[in-house]
Ligand binder design. Sequence first.
Ligand code: GLN
Length: 483
Amino acid sequence: MHNKTLAELAEGLRNQQFSSRELTEAYLTRINQHQELNAFITVTAELALALADAADARLAKGDAGPLTGIPIAHKDIFCTDGVKTSCGSKMLDNFIAPYDATVVAKLQQAGVVMLGKLNMDEFAMGSSNETSYYGPVKNPWDLNAVPGGSSGGSAAAIAARLAAGVTGTDTGGSIRQPAAFCGITGLKPTYGRVSRYGMIAYASSLDQGGPMARTAEDAAILLQAMAGFDERDSTSVDRPIPDYRAALKKPIDNLKIGLPKEFFGEGLSAEVAQVIETAIDEYRKLGAEVIEVSMPNLKLAIPAYYVIAPAECSANLSRFDGVRFGYRCANPTDLTDLYTRSRGEGFGREVKRRILMGTYALSAGYYDAFYIKAQKIRRLISEDFKKALSEVDVLMGPVAPSVAFGIGEKIGNPIEMYLSDIYTIAVNLAGLPAMSIPAGLASGKPVGLQIIGDYFAEDRLLTVAHRYQQTTNWHQLTPPGFA
Ligand code: GLN
């Protein structure tokens, strides 16, 4: 059963080939068998079985939707009512969320069965899942390699068939880069398409939740349930939600693809470049026209992001003070001691580094030099995209400069780690939607093709991705040992 896609499982449930309880039990067994991956922080087995029974009742009555009875899991950044929500941090190791994030509630209404909460980099800060308080996640394709981050547990869970679909969040690449490293499909929606309510904030102007799954079709089904305006998130956008599944059937006639030449320069590994070129050739065979475009300000994306994201995180994380919720140090002597030791002991190294960078960048005298400058660069990058997307329908390129690197290989060198997001971060700065789809293997590890579209063109991205998945089988590969 676990080898079926989410769409196939939905079909099987509707045709009563198996029940949601049977399916849920099968996934729970697999999760148990593959604890070596460390993909889950919390497994909610009892709750899952209760939800499965409720779903089976709905299925029997015939009022089931495409997600009724489908076992999924959430990145542990989404608040889940009555269930531990750690955000990968010691700071929230004892935090039981008192409400559901909108994304969680919407999926729940659609009838999904929550299996548990997935491992992630602490507060979503990282590209390898190594900053998690709960230890690194292993990549199912190579247990010595990272799964990518920060949604590393999410990507590993899909690749290892531990859930039919999962949620992730993407502030600078955290859906796309782990999707690429684990050989799955990930979609980062337009900023504002999916509510951020109840999604623990990292950098609020960049954060966006989205689906991760085996195929574009599965991502479409999940996004359909996740998307939409939410009055509790003032940055969510009130705009009709297209029928994403219907979009899959649309033709890609007259597709014009732009290849930003800056995506193919120095720093891109030759084997990844090769896979991407082959994937682009596939689109040429499908009739697409491919032209080169330029994004002259792309090289400034990482420096701008590492001012803006830490600045926002330093403000967002000030709420973790040892008073209201989360970790509190033992025997504080006074209020200052309570603040400093709770934060000092509760946050990990990378989070502290970001808070320091952000506080520095926002301090008097440096605000103009760093923060304002970074915002100006952000505007220039958006304009680069606007110009490029006025010439073509979608942009394509690699998701990451290399395949999954080894656990321990980059964690000691933050700059090198930050560079692994070079092709994803600019998209967040502009707020655009983008996908990563499996496009091949290099040295036995998956390579992701990135497809970037115009604002709210998720439907177009899904059409383009689905077409490729109809003519190639990279998305069907299973990591050896996880069949
Ligand atoms: N790796 C980037 C960072 O550490 C992006 C993380 C993310 O998208 N959440 O900030």
